[in-house]
Design a protein around this ligand. Structure first.
Ligand code: PEP
Length: 251
């Protein structure tokens, strides 16, 4: 049985106070749901209080990015040591917005994945094609390149702590969701690739989330696909009620 993980990605939204108030509400809405791992990716400024707010509950906290180095002259960056000390459990890496706006490439993302694992943080590695790549028939090439590049040098044992999020870029924040069939085709492709790289047992065990305009009304159909093991949710994670409905749809 694979772990089903529903994670919110707040992006650059919510002050510390807003984050704490959201989490207090969310705990009430998803308390007792242990079949689905519920995760919130908060901004760096809210992480410390977010971790304290969810302590003792079934809600976990993720960072949305991380520098691969432990410390040093990297102005404005946050290290894995800093996240670990706060009690953060997951870290979203390689999100398409970071690839697009901050020029992050596979090599840099791979260094982050390694650093996260070395410090006991669980990476959520985002992969996915742009619209023009899909239209040019390159979806599998792009996704394979992101998966293989992001996971270069990661061992089978380490893969037990890695989550993959398939996020077609054309579906992020656009309201255009991949159909369950379209998404499942790519999830199945990623699954086969993971089995090829790490063997059947490990490959079958990796959680592969779908991300891209997932909402309460389409979550169930997507997550009920064979290789879709939860979601990474942007817009619909900003309101506790709608996010909790997605968590419940994954039950
Ligand atoms: C995301 O940014 O990871 C995402 C999936 O966003 P949205 O749900 O808003 O499409």
């Amino acid at each position: 049985m694979r772990k089903i993980i529903v994670a919110g990605n707040w992006k650059m939204n919510k002050t510390n106070k807003e984050a704490v108030s959201f989490l207090s509400e969310l705990k009430g809405l998803v308390g007792g749901i242990n079949e689905v791992e519920t995760v919130i990716g908060a901004p760096f400024t809210a992480l410390s209080d977010a971790v304290k707010e969810v302590e003792g509950s079934n809600v976990k906290i993720a960072a949305q990015n991380m520098n691969p180095n432990e410390s040093g002259a990297y102005t404005g960056e946050i290290s894995p040591l800093m996240l670990k000390e706060l009690g953060v459990e997951y870290v979203i890496l390689g999100h398409s917005e970071r690839r697009e706006y901050y020029g992050e490439n596979n090599e840099f993302i791979n260094a982050k994945v390694k650093a996260a694992l070395n410090h006991g943080l669980k990476p959520i590695l985002c992969v996915g094609e742009k619209l023009e790549e899909r239209e040019a028939g390159k979806t599998e090439d792009v996704v394979a390149n992101h998966v293989q590049g992001g996971l270069d040098g990661i061992t089978a044992e380490e893969m037990k702590n890695v989550v993959i999020a398939y996020e077609p870029v054309w579906a992020i924040g656009t309201g255009k969701t991949a159909t369950p069939e379209q998404a499942e085709l790519v999830h199945n492709f990623i699954r086969l690739l993971l089995i090829d790289l790490y063997g059947k047992e490990i490959g079958e065990g990796v959680t592969i989330q779908y991300g891209g305009s997932m909402k309460p009304d389409n979550a169930k159909e997507l997550i009920s696909q064979k290789n879709i093991d939860g979601g990474l949710i942007g817009g619909a994670s900003l309101e506790a009620k709608s996010f909790s409905e997605i968590v419940k749809a994954a039950l």
